[in-house]
Design a protein around this ligand. Sequence first.
Ligand code: AMP
Length: 134
Amino acid sequence: MASIFTKIIKGEIPCYKVAESADFFAFLDINPNAKGHTLVVPKKEVNKIFDLEEAAYLGLMTFARKVAIALEKAVPCDRIGISVIGLEVPHVHVHLIPLHSMNDIDFKHKVSLTSEEFSTLANSISEAFDTSEV
Ligand code: AMP
């Protein structure tokens, strides 16, 4: 069965999309640790990150870097944290989290946002995203 992230990529489940390339997709985490918490995923459904082909792994990291640069422009913070963690969804996902304190990366600290706030955030990150070379 397709993962929830494959359904999001295909548009079968709604999301707050941030950026997309031929092979990768970024969208806001629906249960964010911090404002701007973004997930970056390969379109090809693979369970575990180190099972990706080397080119796909490097491509994912390059794309995640571009998203992180846009994220830091849109959501001022001390830095963008990165984590590959969790067992919930069997589809590779990189968490990019704007950090103001170490609590923001511990996955216990959650913030709640309205759908309008999610939309505004996704638009700001998207506008800051450099679409050249993707
Ligand atoms: P984990 O597998 O524990 O790294 O976490 C999966 C992440 O996916 C969690 O942070 C969830 O909040 C997030 N998530 C699950 N379903 C959705 C969805 N439909 N839209 C956006 N984020 C989601």
